[in-house]
Design a protein around this ligand. Structure first.
Ligand SMILES: Cc1cc2nc3c(=O)[nH]c(=O)nc-3n(C[C@H](O)[C@H](O)[C@H](O)COP(=O)(O)OP(=O)(O)OC[C@H]3O[C@@H](n4cnc5c(N)ncnc54)[C@H](O)[C@@H]3O)c2cc1C
Ligand code: FES
Ligand code: FES
Length: 1295
């Protein structure tokens, strides 16, 4: 190729540095163009600290920092990017730093790693390396950022465990303006403390090898493709001309493959990162031209720098504000302007923000034609709609200087606060005279409508030259409404909402330009702004038992922050290991006619196809084979013919590596017959009488019919609840290794014994043939129970059949398709209450959708035992029905029964308040449980602190004052409505009374201690609490205690980790083992001098032939809390106040403040417990406001199976001002060491935020229509439902 040589040594290699170490990578045979930098880092370099999950730039756990030549500036630049979408070949010449390059146990931890650990910013730890690297990148760009800049930096990092507050505090503590205790800026030497990414030596800041000097043109072969890296436009043109008949792809950041995944493979890839001509940024008085290779981050940075350089650049800050909402920082660091516009060019329905804003501004693009080297300039719209880009290159984007009379306003309304594509984006440019006159034709660009809609042309024409006044605005809005024809798509917001939204955005813009005559309307012009968030946590220290009950960070936190913590998929590859990928059904109700794996098996590197026929003789094709502790229904591991949901496994493809297996699995051809329309909704299931058996009958207390009939008010309503996916950051992974003793199974599960028994059952082997290891989980939340069994057993069959180690690490898409989720629910209620709002009776019919199988039926019991939550009602009837649909079997998710119970009972209380015309807070508090009342199960609430929690919270949070303020605010504003409400949770805890198997061993050499126990560490701090208990029990420092992972041959029959109480059970077991050991040692101690230390005692005990190990014992009579006849051992009580602010026109909102009062007895570790409370609450915000699963109504396939469409909360979805208090002076008389569990109760409290918003919807509706109808609860209460429930009509949009 002209001007493009191979490497000087003629080899087909690329090279780069990782953590200062040189890597020379021969490409032929080993890699393909789709091999990512992440694949290399994890699988070849063995640096598994860098994690992987979505492969879509949507979660951030794969972040690394890269030092590359800076063609836009001088020298080099270091920034963090997602390694999952970065092609390996693009990394040639780079210096890469992974989390291991920052620090570790041996060489000392990096300040970022230390800070996140010390602030308890890591729970399961799977997201942590990505967060550390995102921070590292920021500090490289700006060593003294502000708190705001830090907070803005984490839009691309999802953490499902912590609720983000602790992470943000830890990271903001590095800000120059921080006031966070323990904070302070970092010295540049400390930033690069461990080693220079280039030399491996302490950093001298000499990055000469990355300043572009050694970056040459490159032409290598990778897989079956040619890979070029030209360094000039001329070279690029030459390469393109030569390859003109080939399937060719230009690429810069390659981030578009996170969205459009199936566009390759290509014959020729041309990496344009080194084409220096495409970086030029040229400013004149009338415009700024940005080279096509300008990254979106640099685009933002330059706009900020240039905003004051010309008067016509006055709109730059508004553009920056919009561009900061494009994806996330890590993605924007890697992605180019051209890449974004080309996506819009290739996919007209893509709601590109760069397109919408720049087109409205009248920007131009320059296009280079490789055929003849010519250049043409087009408007952005003309380029997108009319230019054939074959053989062409986008060279630059030119932003004009605007007239001082020009106004620019743009919007992006998204399913969550950030890192989300737009429902609708819109940009408006209008020239306004001082007298409200629109001069010339305005520009109105609206995205997210359809693939053919760009400009609102009719509205633009109409507004030309018009004066902005009420009648004109009304006509313009009606015209716009008429010309918008939004397309329908099940994963998009409903067309009606998108249309109304676009209309309202024009209204907002016009309101902002002119002061409306009705002052109440003025609030419509502003957006919901989110200030810097902050948090307060308070608790009472209980020093007597320290280190138990001490607020200490987890011992393993630094290992998680440095990437040294090992998860199942981090276990190094075994010799001859194969990787498995499940082959899943794509329809939900059919019979399999045939399966043809041949197209998959034809791919080099693909080894075998496994099905149910590979199950050894006598083995049982059931995920819970031989398991009897719980009544779990049989579920096929491999479908034998009858398909009952889309996403059901029919087989497993085995290949040399995971990517290959995943790709090949998609090529297996399944033919179906008798395909039926799936049952997916309650209505369909009820009509078809498709139900599962329900072991709980109607539960009746008192006489609800009579109580309701005799009440002052009778109210009826319903609550609908969608499905929530667990979104654990580590997907499910199983590694089965056959050996001389049987099979070692490494698995991500909450229930090792279910797996052990299941594998023995499917292989028809004794239970002791199987040894289960659970190192730790990267989150679970109930999700690594049922689905893990399926995957572990399938992998075991594959391993047994091949005699080789097999690893199955499920892709996010496969996991989301095959895994069970929180069930859909429908509750119909009838309530009777007094004039004051005191509830007399409740009748509820609750329908739970358990999908294809009834494994979740246990949750139904919670509807009859926990529906009351914090509120007393003397008369109940609850009738549960479990419906059967063609969906994956439902699964428990954090607070499986109680979280929906909270949503339901809180709704009922809000409905009552609406009926009696009182504030819900006042109604709720007259219904609160009092001490010694009987709850819904008839259990006497002897130690009830509900009232205490509520009252203290109400005082601390100054609720009455804020209620008044909010009322006054709402009276004065039509388009912004604030809301406030409270929620009360009474969470019944069960302590499984066989206790927790545990083995405690003391080593005589130095007195250190190892504990192995049956609980699974998944971020809840179990190991730390056990270590604290042992340290307390033996009177030694916590540092002397190590808690090792769960292993079935050391601690058998460990049962399930779940229900929030595992930590307590394990702490109890640890304290009992310590007691046993001390009893053995006491006689020896008595013979030693009084000041003899622990080490002396241990040595003397060994000499006296004392066994220095001790085991746990089951719970002693009464220790498990529950008195005879009681349903629950004890109750955790908590309450929350949520204050929200709603933009009525768009449905956007802010959760302005949340206060929580939580009775957790005497916390075993307040730092950990507060982390659990925060994490649970934010998971609940996802449940109540954001997350749902969308199915194809014809096939039953899950449609939102990735981060692009499924949106759990991010850092800016959490409360802005968040205060958490542990109730002081509240020991739990029946708890383990007076403590209470914290993992799940707070999830239910989040209903307060949803209901506060719903109240605002009702307020707004009342303002506009005069009607005070109670809006039904439909969870998740997403923006579209919020906005559409107000009932805004064009006539309401007044000036
Ligand atoms: C997680 C995520 C979130 C996102 N969120 C948003 C969002 O909120 N709003 C939004 O607008 N966008 C969003 N995007 C899209 C994002 O902006 C683009 O993926 C990115 O800008 C593409 O740039 P790139 O350099 O990675 O392009 P690549 O992926 O490298 O290329 C994309 C396309 O452009 C072509 N191309 C690249 N450069 C040129 C050139 N100079 N001339 C001709 N063709 C070229 C390529 O051949 C390819 O077809 C998101 C993307 C991701 C992954
Ligand atoms: S794995 Fe890269 S962002 Fe999720
Ligand atoms: S600690 Fe963040 S995902 Fe678990």
């Amino acid at each position: 190729m002209p001007g493009l040589g191979n490497r000087s040594n003629g080899s087909n290699t690329i090279s780069f540095h990782i953590n200062g170490k040189h890597h020379e990578v021969p490409l032929v045979g080993t890699y393909s163009a789709s091999t990512s930098l992440n694949d290399y880092i994890r699988n070849e370099a063995g640096l598994t600290g860098t994690k992987v999950m979505c492969r879509e730039a949507g979660c951030g756990c794969c972040a690394v920092s890269v030092t590359t030549a800076d063609h836009a500036g001088n020298g080099h630049t270091t920034q963090s990017i997602n390694s999952c979408l970065c092609p390996l070949a693009s990394a040639d010449g780079w210096q890469i730093t992974t989390v291991e390059g920052l620090g570790g146990e041996k060489e000392g931890y990096h300040p970022i790693q230390k800070r996140i650990a010390d602030f308890n910013g890591t729970q399961c730890g799977y997201c942590t390396p990505g967060i550390v690297m995102a921070m590292y990148g920021l500090l490289h760009e700006k060593s003294r950022p502000t708190e705001q800049e830090v907070e803005d930096n984490f839009d691309g990092n999802i953490c499902r465990c912590t609720g983000y507050r602790s992470i943000l505090d830890a990271m903001k503590s590095f800000a120059a303006d921080t006031s966070i205790e323990g904070g302070g800026v970092i010295d540049i030497e400390d930033l690069n403390k461990k080693l220079c990414p280039r030399t491996g030596e302490p950093c001298t800041d000499d990055h000469s090898a990355a300043n572009g000097a050694d970056i040459c043109g490159l032409h290598v072969q990778i897989g079956g493709s040619q890979w070029f890296r030209p360094t000039s436009l001329t070279e690029l043109g030459g390469v393109m001309r030569n390859a003109k008949d080939k399937k060719m792809r230009l690429l810069f950041g390659n981030t578009s493959t996170g969205i459009f995944k199936n566009e390759g493979p290509f014959d020729v890839y041309i990496d344009i990162r080194e084409v220096k001509d495409l970086y030029e940024i040229k400013e004149t008085e009338t415009s700024v031209k940005f080279g096509a290779n300008t990254s979106l981050s640099t685009f933002i940075k330059k706009l900020k720098e240039l905003k004051d350089s010309q008067p016509g650049f006055h709109y730059f800050p508004a553009l920056v504000k919009h561009l900061k909402l494009v994806g996330n920082v890590l993605m924007r660091n890697a992605a180019s302007i051209a890449g974004n516009l080309m996506i819009k060019h290739n996919h007209h329905d893509f709601p590109s923000d760069v397109f919408a804003t720049t087109e409205a501004l009248g920007a131009k693009v320059e296009i280079y034609d490789s055929k003849d080297g010519s250049r043409q300039t087009y408007t952005v719209q003309d380029f997108v709609r009319r230019v054939n880009m074959k053989g062409k290159v986008l060279v630059s984007l030119e932003l004009p200087a605007l007239d001082t009379l020009d106004t620019f306003r743009s919007y992006k309304v998204t399913p969550r606060s950030q890192n989300a594509h737009a429902y609708v984006n819109a940009a408006f440019k209008l020239k306004i005279s001082s007298g409200r006159q629109i001069l010339g034709k305005p520009s109105i660009v609206i995205g997210g409508i359809s693939k053919t809609f760009f400009h609102a042309e009719k509205t633009e024409d109409f507004l030309r030259g018009k004066e902005i006044k009420d009648a004109v605005v009304k006509e313009a809005l009606a015209l716009l409404q008429g010309e918008l024809k939004p397309s329908a798509d099940p994963v998009l917001a409903p067309p009606q909402y998108r249309r109304d939204l676009a209309v309202n955005l024009l209204y907002k813009t016009l309101l902002g330009i002119t002061a409306p005559s009705d002052a109440k309307m003025a609030s419509g012009s502003s957006d919901i702004e989110r200030p810097l968030s902050s948090g307060i946590q308070t608790w009472q220290d209980k020093k007597d038992e320290w280190p138990l009950k001490q607020a200490l960070p987890k011992k393993t936190a630094k290992l998680q922050a440095s990437g040294e913590a090992e998860y199942v998929n981090d276990i190094p590859k075994y010799k001859q290991e194969l990787c498995g990928a499940l082959v899943l059904t794509s329809v939900a109700s059919a019979t399999i006619e045939s399966i043809d794996p041949a197209p998959a098996l034809a791919i080099p590197g693909v080894e075998q196809y496994i099905t149910w026929s590979d199950i050894p003789e006598g083995g049982i094709n059931n995920a819970y084979a031989r398991y009897t502790t719980w009544p779990l229904p049989a579920e096929e591991v491999f479908c034998e013919g009858q398909v009952e949901y889309a996403g059901q496994a029919v087989g497993m493809i085995l290949a040399e590596n995971q990517d290959l297996a995943d790709e090949a699995a998609k090529k297996v051809v399944i033919k179906y017959k008798d395909v039926k329309k799936p049952i997916l909704t309650f209505e369909d299931a009820i009509e078809a009488k498709s139900t599962h058996s329900c072991f709980v009958g109607p539960a009746t207390i008192g006489n609800p019919d009579e109580a309701i009939a005799q009440s002052d008010h009778q109210i009826e309503g319903e609550v609908r609840i969608g499905q929530q996916y667990h979104f654990y950051m580590e997907t499910i992974c199983s590694l089965c290794v056959p050996g001389e003793e049987g099979m070692e199974v490494y698995i991500t599960t909450q229930a090792g014994d279910v797996i052990q028994i299941g594998v023995s059952g499917i292989l028809n082997k004794p239970q002791n043939y199987v040894n289960v290891h659970v190192p730790r989980l990267g989150g679970s939340f109930g999700g690594k129970f049922f689905t893990s069994s399926h995957i572990a057993l399938a992998t075991a069959v594959a391993s047994y059949a091949t005699g080789k180690p097999v690893r199955t690490s499920t892709s996010l898409s496969n996991t989301m398709k095959t895994a069970g989720k929180r069930p859909h629910l429908l509750a119909k209620y009838k309530v009777g209450c007094t004039r004051e709002g005191k509830i007399n009776g409740i009748i509820m019919d609750v329908y739970m959708d358990n999908g294809k199988s009834n494994s979740m039926q246990f949750a139904v019991a919670e509807f009859t035992t926990q529906m009351d939550q914090g509120y007393h009602c003397p008369n109940w009837r609850i009738t549960p029905t479990i419906i059967k649909t063609n969906k994956a079997p439902s699964a428990p998710v954090r607070g499986p029964g109680t979280t929906p119970c909270s949503a339901m009972i809180e709704t009922i209380l809000e409905h009552v308040a609406n009926a009696v015309k009182k504030h819900p807070i006042l109604v709720k508090e007259i219904n609160l449980y009092e001490k010694d009342q009987k709850d819904i199960t008839g259990q006497v609430l002897r130690y009830c602190t509900m009232r205490q929690v509520w009252d203290k919270l109400k005082t601390e949070a100054e609720v009455p004052r804020r209620m008044d303020e909010i009322e006054a605010y709402n009276r004065a504003n039509t388009w912004k409505k604030r809301g406030i409400t409270m929620a009360a949770v009474k969470y019944g805890m069960m302590l499984m009374d066989h206790g927790m198997p545990l083995l405690l061993s003391v080593y005589a050499g130095d007195g250190t201690v190892t504990v192995v126990q049956g609980g699974v560490e998944m971020g809840q701090g179990l190991y730390m609490k056990v270590a604290q208990a042992v340290a307390h029990g033996l009177g030694i420092p916590v540092d002397m205690v190590k808690v090792r992972p769960n292993l079935s041959y050391v601690v058998p029959n460990s049962s399930i980790t779940g229900g929030s109480t595992t930590s307590e059970r394990a702490v109890y077991a640890a304290l009992e083992a310590c007691k046993t050991l001390r009893e053995k040692m006491d006689p020896i101690k008595a013979k030693l001098p009084p000041d003899a230390d622990w080490q002396t005692l241990v040595k003397a005990s060994l000499k006296a032939k004392i066994d220095l190990a001790a085991k746990s014992t089951p719970f002693a009579e009464g220790a498990a809390g529950a008195a005879a006849g009681d349903h629950h051992a004890y109750f955790t009580y908590c309450a929350a106040v949520a204050e929200t602010n709603l933009d009525v026109l768009t449905g956007e909102y802010g959760i302005d403040r949340v206060d929580i009062m939580f009775d957790c007895g005497e916390s075993l570790n307040p730092m950990i417990d507060i982390g659990q409370i925060e994490g649970g609450f934010v998971c609940g915000l996802g449940f109540n406001l954001l997350e749902d699963i969308v199915y194809d109504k014809d096939t039953g396939a899950v449609l939102n199976d990735g981060t692009w469409e499924y949106k759990p909360p991010t850092t800016k979805d959490i409360p802005i001002d968040w205060r958490i208090h542990l109730l002081p002076d509240a020991p739990n008389p029946v708890g383990i060491r007076s403590s209470k569990a914290t993992g799940e109760p707070s999830t239910g409290l989040s209903a307060a935020a949803m209901l506060s918003l719903k109240r605002s919807v009702e307020e707004a509706s009342k303002d506009l229509t005069g009607s005070s109808t109670f809006v039904p609860v439909d969870i998740p209460f997403t923006l579209d439902k919020i906005q559409q429930n107000v009932g805004i009509k064009l006539e309401h949009l007044k000036m």
